[in-house]
Design a binder for this molecule. Structure first.
Ligand code: CAA
Length: 240
């Protein structure tokens, strides 16, 4: 029986590319989404990957969402915490809401989703968790104190949970994408993006598929000795 993978934010951008690549590679995939119903319907029709809607920033909704997935498809072997948002602003203009919403989704979502799957993984003594961080967690980024804090938090969270999971054959890794050709990056003002592109040695955005390949690598049964690491895929923009 093939392993079951749950991808949050799984109907667009890096999440959709990941869900499709995992499906193509023989995994049974469920894609979570929230707020983008039209995109989710199109994704489900195109891929026949089942989709389920809940807000990963909501603890109770995440518990219920995971329970429903387990009931409908079986225990979750692989969790890809990809759901994330930006609310870019310099700190001197940032509202508490811009701060909180990014922390709640990008970092809180990781806690809520891992908390919902971890007991089952511990019982079954198998798990693969990949938390999507960002190059900007490592380098910092003008206008992203909220996002850089959340995504750097994801890396610390990953390392701590990797220690806890190690004795149960649960690996936990972070993946730090660089600037990728998704809606999130397209929302960056053109002039700002031009400057960013000039700082990428490979001189282009990543494709979502190039990031998904990293996830596929980390979730393999054969990747059982890789844990607590952060895999950078950033075109050379930042070399940690
Ligand atoms: N470095 C240094 N100074 C900069 C700068 C930079 N990168 N960008 C702007 N400035 C300067 C301007 O020249 C201006 O200077 P003066 O005050 O001396 O004139 C000043 O900062 C403007 O400051 P403001 O607070 O007025 O900024 P703003 O409101 O015009 O815009 C911003 C700020 C919205 C954050 C804008 O800079 C922006 O959109 N930046 C992009 C942030 C970014 O890269 N986001 C990534 C999104 S994708 C993603 O996050 C995915 C991933 O993981 C990679």
């Amino acid at each position: 029986m093939s392993r079951i993978a749950l991808v949050t934010g799984g109907v667009s951008g890096i999440g959709a590319a990941t869900a499709k690549l995992l499906q193509k590679s023989g995994y049974r995939v469920v894609a979570n989404f929230f707020g983008n119903d039209v995109e989710a319907a199109a994704f489900a029709a195109e891929t026949s990957i089942p989709t389920r809607s809940w807000d990963v920033a909501d603890f109770a909704a995440s518990q219920a969402g995971v329970a429903a997935v387990v009931q409908d498809f079986g225990p979750i072997d692989i969790l890809v915490n990809n759901a994330g948002i930006t609310r870019d602003s310099t700190l001197h203009k940032m509202t508490p809401e811009q701060w909180r919403s990014v922390i709640d989704v990008d970092l809180g979502g990781c806690f809520n989703m891992c908390r919902a799957v971890i007991e089952g993984m511990r019982e079954r003594r198998f798990g693969r968790i990949v938390n999507i961080s960002s190059v900007n967690a490592l380098s910092g980024q003008f206008g992203q104190t909220n996002y850089a804090a959340a995504k750097a938090g994801v890396i610390g969270f990953t390392k701590a949970l990797a220690l806890e999971g190690a004795s149960r054959n649960i690996t936990v890794n972070a993946l730090a994408p660089g600037y990728t050709d998704t809606g999130m990056v397209k929302a960056v003002p053109e002039t700002v993006l031009q400057g960013i592109l000039e700082g990428i040695p490979i001189s282009r955005l990543a494709t979502p598929e190039e990031i998904a390949r990293g996830v596929l690598f980390l979730v393999a049964d054969e990747a059982g000795f890789i844990t607590g690491t952060t895999l950078s895929i950033n075109g050379g923009k930042y070399m940690a």
